[in-house]
Design a protein around this ligand. Sequence first.
Ligand code: BG6
Length: 480
Amino acid sequence: MDKVIKTFPEGFLWGGAIAANQTEGAYLEDGKGLTTVDLLPTGEKRYSIMTGNLPSYSPLEGEYYPSHKAIDFYHHYKEDISLFAEMGFKSLRLSISWARIFPNGDDAEPNEAGLKFYDNVFDELKKHGIEPIVTLAHFDVPVHLVEAYGSWKSRKLVGYFEKYARTVFTRYKDKVKYWLTFNEINMLLHLPYVGAGLVFQKGENEQQVKYQAAHHQLVASAIAVKAGHEINPDAQIGCMLAAGMTYAYSSNPDDVLDAMEKDRESFFFIDVQSRGEYPGYAKRFFREKGITIQAEDGDEALLKNHTVDYIGFSYYASRLTSTDPTVQENSTSGNVFGSISNPYLQKSEWGWTIDPKGFRITANQLYDRYQKPLFVVENGIGAMDEPNAAGEINDDYRIDYLRAHIKQMSEAIQDGVELIGYTSWGPIDIVSASTGEMKKRYGYIYVDRDNKGEGTLDRSKKKSFEWYKQVIQSNGADLA
Ligand code: BG6
């Protein structure tokens, strides 16, 4: 038996994660087309648009759209990457904006200026020895595909996505090894417009539409895995789950069954992407709900033969469920997955449960289920950072959160979980995906910009900057 206690392996990919739409800005620059996220304003309308219940095909007068400028990474990427390098990043997870490459989504030719931008970013990363981890679709779809075809409702999207994936796999085959297909693919069930550009018509059967769109994304994901491996046999192509185990509120078997079913709502996607077929519980669910999935000949084989190489996941919080209506009243706010408040745990300022042990449990749960390497591609705490009189940000609450989670990640490794890396969310402050706020900050680097888009965009280091640098330097041994 192996007596050595294993913690972070040699070459562990420490780093941070960002997404194009929350970071880049330059929303129509150099030929980029409008994407779904560019139509998400802050304020009241945001949630109805995100759930697909309020159609919006162009920006509205009087609304503020935070993605349009975001933190202007498009023009600041060199400065930002050099700060990441100063922290010792081994990897940076970022996404390509589909509409920078194919502005309408169905264009005959890609947009060279868009391709060039990512060439520049990847070259800059390489210069600093930072490995890019690239998501093909992080909550964005070119708006033209929504208007013309109904986005992922349509099978046509599979073909357009394949063309986009093949274009970027080919262009960057010497620069990018790690890919992820769809960010938090299970988000489609909770925020269908965010996850898949879905807008519902009056009277439409939403569940039917969502699972049909999910089928299209799952097939597109398998095709991307196939294409990626054909273009570069060394490529590592993963899926990405918004993870977080669901606990049962009580030992009542009804609660336990409910918790299992809630987890399966999410596992459904990864079961298909990693095990290569629709699980029995999903078939039963479809039967009982009268959901019919239109599949094409060959879909089954595609799903079976092109499963993912690794499982990427985000972990922010565990979830808690109960079948007792009096307990259900006590639900947490700000969590799109819906959870009741866990009496044993604290919450963030946005109501997200803080549960470091849940991180270890979730990692074990995923590894037990899939037996493939895991990659933690998001984790962190959104908090309000206020500079003190000297202009410093002493974000000890962030350090505490990350320290506790990294400790539990090391426990998971000792449990035998195979982990490739850890990219914490938003290493530089970016726009919040759920609320569109800038004041919900995750970064080690502060960006001077507020909820209304005011500010100099200057970057400065928070206390956590030096802390994370030392974590990386010591390969996770020094968390003090
Ligand atoms: C994940 C997303 O859901 O959580 C990110 O992949 C998002 O895009 C992150 O930003 C944190 O959520 P929020 O709403 O605090 O930005």
